[in-house]
Design a protein around this ligand. Sequence first.
Ligand code: COI
Length: 354
Amino acid sequence: MKYEIKITKTQNPKAKPDPVSLGFGDVFTDHMFIMDYDEGEGWHDARIVPYAPICLDPAASVLHYAQEMFEGMKTYKSVDGLKLFRPDMNAKRTAQTNDRLCIPHVDEGFYVDAIRALIDVDRDWVPGREGTSLYIRPFIIATEPFLGVRPSGSYKFIIILSPVGPYYKEGLAPTRIFVEDEYTRAAPGGTGCAKVGGNYAASLKSQMKAHSLGFTQVLWLDGVERKYVEEIGTSNAFFVMGGEVWTAPLDGTILPGITRDSVITLLRDWGVLVREERFTIEEVFAAHDSGRLSEIFASGTAAVISPVGELRWKGRGITVGGGSIGELSQRLYDTITGIQSGRLPDTHGWTVDL
Ligand code: COI
């Protein structure tokens, strides 16, 4: 499928932020990509326009029944130009999420082309400072003004860009994680494996609870027995126990993270045994008590690798790895960001030059 992208450039470029003080997701570039979908016509009118608010009917179904999806990826300034990290995986995951949410399919090749075209227009916005990047947020919303519950007949696919620094204010310093045993993130047959805003809305209550208790984020347990370890905050979770690395399997309640996949591939390259199997929070605490728990880390596009220094469950707190970043966490962070920024060889063909 071939679409033409019409480009209208801004007449009022904004001042770029100071890269030293970049946080996560609060500054946006000069342009955005938009494409519309209408039943009978398909996707049409692909365009890049100045970044601006969008106009929605108050009855638009996304505002009532949350028929929407989003993605996240990053582009990095490398020694030899700009690079995207595994954009084909984001396109594929978008297709899977769209299928789950009854959102019309977007051609996967065009999806990546649209991202490339937008970054090309705003390429001066990619920060170069160590630890910074340009975060790419594609999303699709249902726009039909209709209060009945059924898939919308019209949609907007939008891409916005945000120069970012670290996701957690801790940066690479270990986080404090609270094990959530009241609320859950996902249930079998639900939308845990899809990248939909509703999952994140439902997680806010726990996040606020964790913050009020002085923790950075929560660790999610399974939605049936509340004993199997699933994810940490908005990220996949890894546990180094007895020299093996454990992470929850992709059984429908876990987001198939692109960083998760990269972590597993690298660990296996290095000869580390990775177990994608169910394991309980009790096993994690038992591993700590017997001295076999050496590291816990979260992985995601936003944070890349985020080490955990403390875990609290049912009133009991444990310190992980002496409260410092572990050897594997540091090596994974250095290797993934090294490949993303072109400092290290990309032996798996993960990066795409822009
Ligand atoms: C990611 O790390 O990939 C995320 O999804 C975080 C995002 C919700 C800010």
